[in-house]
Design a protein around this ligand. Sequence first.
Ligand code: PHE
Length: 339
Amino acid sequence: LKEKGLENISKADNLDTINQIRVSLLGKKGPITEVLRGMKDLEPQERPKVGQFANEIRDELTKVLAEKKEEIELIKMAKKLEKETIDVTLPGKKVQQGQSHIITQVIDEIEKLFIGMGYQVVDGPEVEEDHYNFEMLNLPKDHPARDMQDTFYITDNLLMRTQTSPVQARTMEIHDFTQGPLKMISPGKVYRRDTDDATHSHQFHQIEGLVIDKNITMADLKGTLQLIAQTIFGEDREIRMRPSYFPFTEPSAEIDVSCFKCNGQGCSVCKNTGWIEVLGAGMVHPNVLKMAGVDTEVYGGFAFGLGPDRFAMLKYGVDDIRQFYLNDVRFLNQFSVKG
Ligand code: PHE
């Protein structure tokens, strides 16, 4: 029994087997327990001998089992350590780092410029009421100019905003002029029912600007727009203002920036004219001021709406607006964050 037991133990190579052997040899139903249990039937003088012998075998087997168990555990641990070895001298894996989208970068740059001039940055809803997107901007229902800004309607009175101008109306309405002039910009997404092509997208960006104070003139507007163009594109850029029409400004202008990269001869971004339109602007229409509860005897101001997508196209020579929305990192990674 002992020999067989020792042989089995030495062959065992895992903890389960060891356990099985222990139960079968030393367990309650094992042979040794049985011998010890049968002692009562032996002659009294035989008992110590048999008992001692059985105990010896039991102790030895117990000892060998424990030793074997320890050995197996050590091997197991060694294997585990080997598998989990870490070579701390290996060079690390390079983590791919993300960056702001190019449009976000342009918006950030313009925000920084205006925050520096004391403007506040205001957010507005993308799902907008007809009331703010059109009516408060002097575009009553059935106004023909609504045609230029067809959009996606949620209900009769709720739509995806076509411009950031509703944020003007919302801000004017709540501004307390006794606390000082209103100077704000509002960047965000806008929507139009346009067919996507190289220069049109059904969703794009605008940054609205609005200043309401005493004695604001068109010269203030022009100076501000010039500053934007030069900050974003460089000192040598020119702007030109063309008379235009917006229902919420009077007079109104469209503003082009010179296409410097094209050497004045034009390129596809500038449709070969040497200029690209990047802004709509004008002096805020008295109707708009009145509707927002502003005293037109005292206050007036200018407003502008610029397109960061156009800005980015012109600045980086991107000739298709759709590139910005394809989320192709090979394209996006070309524009690294500055500062
Ligand atoms: N909201 C106008 C547009 O989307 C742009 C604009 C803004 C024009 C502010 C004048 C003043 O076309």
